[in-house]
Design a protein around this ligand. Structure first.
Ligand SMILES: [Zn+2]
Length: 133
């Protein structure tokens, strides 16, 4: 494998990891914005027991699978939609990168990650009960 290919592969992996992290942030936004909460503070925590999430919990897709979709402390279920949003962000970045290469793939992948965010957060905002509006 020549050095240019190795660099291209490393950049592609990096972009998919960043897309997965954006998926995690989209989940946070979809959870907090409908409640009128800050996107920055407090740190991510379990809605059921309040435990602050650790590094393992925050690994996109992998954290959900390792914890089997449950809080490590209280066992409260974490919605499968969080896994779906994170995985979707990774896939919508990976596929364009594989098909179009770094340049076009990054542009299309970024637009699709943004679209996933708009749909997920819009859906969460639309699920507020009428008395909360
Ligand atoms: Zn918990």
């Amino acid at each position: 494998m020549n050095p240019a290919t190795i660099i291209e592969l490393a950049v592609g992996v990096y972009l998919v990891v960043v897309a997965l992290l954006f998926g995690s942030f989209i989940n946070l936004a979809a959870d907090r914005l409908p409640r009128g909460e800050s996107l920055v503070h407090p740190r991510s925590h379990c809605r059921s027991c309040g435990r602050q999430l650790d590094l393992l919990d925050l690994v996109p897709v992998g954290g959900y699978l390792l914890r089997r979709g449950r809080c490590a402390s209280c066992g409260a279920a974490i919605g499968v939609s969080s896994l779906a949003v994170e995985a979707a962000c990774g896939v919508v970045m990976l596929v364009p990168l594989l098909r179009l290469g770094l340049g076009g793939g990054f542009l299309l992948g970024s637009a699709l990650v943004l679209a996933v965010g708009v749909v997920a957060v819009g859906r969460a905002l639309g699920q507020r009960r009428p008395e909360e509006l």
